[in-house]
Design a protein around this ligand. Structure first.
Ligand code: HEC
Length: 183
């Protein structure tokens, strides 16, 4: 009777141990899943051309002009230049900063390819740091625009340029050309 009582806990312990081992294969790299509902539609180049390029141009454009002095378009509601639109002037600069910071999330979404078919190198150790550089630069521009501070915008525009270049020098400008991008 005493033996029987002892054996059950030992057996349960063994089952527990084997269950844990089965759930966590040691050192198997975890494949990241996209957050529920998130979808990837474009390649990395399309995200760059569609979101990062136009947004950063808004920030670069106000390096040498005061956003408050930019004249609204004749019909601001249909203006294609954000700075002259309904949400123009400093608001457009705020929005461009937010667009860059939020776009950082698109650069870490699993499942996106580069234009040459390679996977966006999410697993590379420096990728999250380079993406964070973009996020920080975007938020710096956002805060400078909120404060309507021209000096800080100049500083933030410099950070944006650096954030773009830090990543491009590693993952875009390749001696082997476009085929070697993203590796
Ligand atoms: C974390 C990395 C990273 C950051 C940050 C980044 N880029 Fe890129 N960018 C790339 C890569 C990689 C490519 C090549 C993508 C491809 O070919 O699919 C690229 C391509 C581009 C292209 C398209 C070039 C072409 O072939 O037509 C533009 C435009 C661009 N980036 C603009 C920007 C701007 C502006 C910023 C900063 C506001 C920026 N990027 C920040 C990695 C980055």
């Amino acid at each position: 009777m005493r033996m029987y009582v002892l054996l059950i806990p030992v057996g349960m312990l063994l089952m527990l141990v084997s269950a844990c081992t089965a759930q966590q294969p040691p050192s198997a790299p975890q494949k990241e899943a996209a957050p529920a509902g998130a979808q990837v539609q474009g390649d990395l180049r399309q995200v760059m051309r569609g979101i990062l390029y136009p947004s950063s141009n808004v920030i670069f454009a106000v390096q040498d002009k005061n956003p408050a002095e930019i004249k609204p378009a004749a019909d601001p509601t249909t203006a294609t230049d954000p700075l002259a639109s309904t949400y123009g002037g400093w608001t457009a600069v705020e929005n461009a900063g937010i667009a860059l910071a939020e776009a950082a999330n698109l650069l870490i979404l699993p499942g996106r390819k580069c234009s040459n078919g390679r996977a966006v190198p999410l697993q590379n150790a420096d990728w999250p740091t380079l993406v964070q550089g973009l996020r920080d630069a975007g938020m710096k521009a956002y805060k400078a625009a909120q404060a309507k501070n021209q000096d800080n915008i100049l500083d933030a525009a410099g950070d944006v340029t650096t954030a773009c270049e830090n990543c491009h020098s590693k993952y875009r400008e390749k001696p082997g050309g476009e085929a070697d991008r993203c590796m």
